[in-house]
Write a protein that binds this ligand. Structure first.
Ligand SMILES: CC(C)(COP(=O)(O)OP(=O)(O)OC[C@H]1O[C@@H](n2cnc3c(N)ncnc32)[C@H](O)[C@@H]1OP(=O)(O)O)[C@@H](O)C(=O)NCCC(=O)NCCS
Length: 392
């Protein structure tokens, strides 16, 4: 029953300590990790779930954005969803998520994203697979690229406005990449384990063409480079970047990074030796259908109308027929229309990000559509495969 729970921000240090303890137990983190995490996110971004005055769980809400079709869409990221073990299995997490979604909806934020330890919980409240997060690995001895047209300039990580500026240029052309909040940048630049972070810009410091931030880890198989973040904006930067990594091969066995399942940068390598070592999907929820559809970008040169009919058990405004009118890469949304493509809010999440094509979604029963609307939707939601290099 909804009424037996209360949901609110942290109001004092006692509540903060109680939630910290629950989060640490839920995720097996040390008190030091927990301390770091609460500082990083900021205590005002945590929400509590209480029952009879007792803290039984909580979560964190990050304010950020995501790029779709070259436009940034405001987004709330959800993390650290926790329910104390003795309160589990009675719908507490479900209620916690419902409260969080209502809060996000009341703020007018159109989408929310999270990484799921169990999809079942989040699907019940309207999230669906939106894009991927992949870990890649490559032997440095197999890079085999030697082009030193651009210099690699070591810089201080404190100068991170340079990284922010370059990253934004790369992120905007990659569907699903984040408009990163301060907390994500801090975790890249000052990781909790006090690892030494090496930072290089590629090309001149005044007009860099990319950058790389990495740590070196001592593993049982030797040294490895863990790329925390990278941006490569030109062909010359990509070649210099691979050469720089290959130059580590006398001591460093492997390089790891987080990227897209389809890595165009690997086209520069002579052989296909890089491997995806793990892959997971982040989930997205459409919180406000009209705002979400009108804030993303669409392919230029496509002047069409898509007539949708959406079903959402949570938010009444999201139900019914919508006409998405696209012109010059932007969309306007009107209530009403012919409802030629029908789907629920979960199907819309996977369509919106472009993770699955409308034809694929129709095959699995996530949508019904006329042939014409299917073709229009295929055009509108085409683009780069959605992914992000950040885990939160
Ligand atoms: C995951 C967690 C938050 C669930 O809390 P809970 O209060 O027991 O969940 P609820 O009772 O509200 O369950 C809601 C739905 O979630 C799903 N679910 C809950 N726990 C699950 C689990 N351990 N594995 C798979 N699905 C689960 C079920 O589908 C359930 O619906 P159902 O009862 O109709 O089958 C809790 O087990 C937890 O804190 N775990 C440790 C931290 C964690 O993994 N958090 C999630 C990070 S993304």
């Amino acid at each position: 029953m909804a009424s037996e729970f209360e949901y609110h921000p942290l109001s004092n240090s006692k509540e903060q300590e109680q939630l910290k303890e629950i989060v640490a137990q839920c995720f097996g983190s040390t008190p030091a990790d927990s301390e770091y995490y609460f500082k990083l996110i900021g205590s005002n971004n945590f929400r509590l779930l209480c029952q009879s005055g007792q803290v039984i769980g909580g979560l964190a809400i990050y304010s950020m954005g995501q790029w779709y079709g070259g436009q940034s869409v405001p987004m709330k990221g959800i993390a650290a969803v926790s329910v104390a073990p003795e309160y589990r299995g009675k719908g507490a997490a479900y209620q916690l998520m419902k409260y969080a979604l209502q809060e996000i909806h009341s703020l007018g934020i159109p989408i929310s994203v999270l990484y799921a330890a169990t999809q079942a919980l989040y699907r019940k409240v309207g999230y669906e697979q939106g894009g991927s997060y992949c870990r890649w690995e490559l032997d440095t001895a197999k890079i085999n690229v030697r082009e030193r047209n651009l210099s690699m300039q070591r810089i201080n990580t404190d100068e991170y406005e340079i990284f922010e500026r370059l990253y934004a240029q790369q992120a905007r052309i990659n569907n699903g990449n984040l408009v990163r909040p301060q907390a994500i940048w801090s975790r890249i630049i000052k990781p909790p384990q006090e690892q030494k972070i090496y930072a290089y810009v590629i090309g001149s410091v005044r007009e860099p063409e990319g950058y790389v931030l990495f740590a070196q880890n001592d593993t049982s198989e030797g040294l490895s480079i863990d790329i925390k973040d990278w941006t490569i904006l030109t062909t010359a930067a990509a070649l210099s970047f691979w050469t720089f990594l290959a130059d580590h091969r006398s001591q460093v066995q492997q390089v790891q990074w987080r990227g897209s399942p389809i890595e165009e940068k690997l086209l520069f390598l002579p052989e296909q030796t890089a491997k995806i070592t793990s892959k997971t999907y982040w989930l997205l929820r459409i919180i406000d259908v009209s705002v979400a559809l009108s804030q993303r970008g669409y392919p230029l040169g496509v002047e069409v109308e898509l007539h949708l009919e959406v079903k959402d058990d949570f938010f009444p405004d999201n139900n019914g027929k919508f006409c998405l009118k696209v012109s010059r890469g932007r969309g306007e949304v009107f209530k009403g229309g012919k409802g030629e493509l029908q789907l629920d809010v979960r199907g819309l999440a996977s369509l919106y990000t472009g993770l699955f094509t409308p034809v694929q979604l129709k095959l699995v029963g996530y949508l019904q559509s006329t042939k014409e609307a299917l073709t229009i939707a295929t055009l509108l939601f085409s683009g780069s495969e959605p992914w992000m290099p950040d885990f939160f």
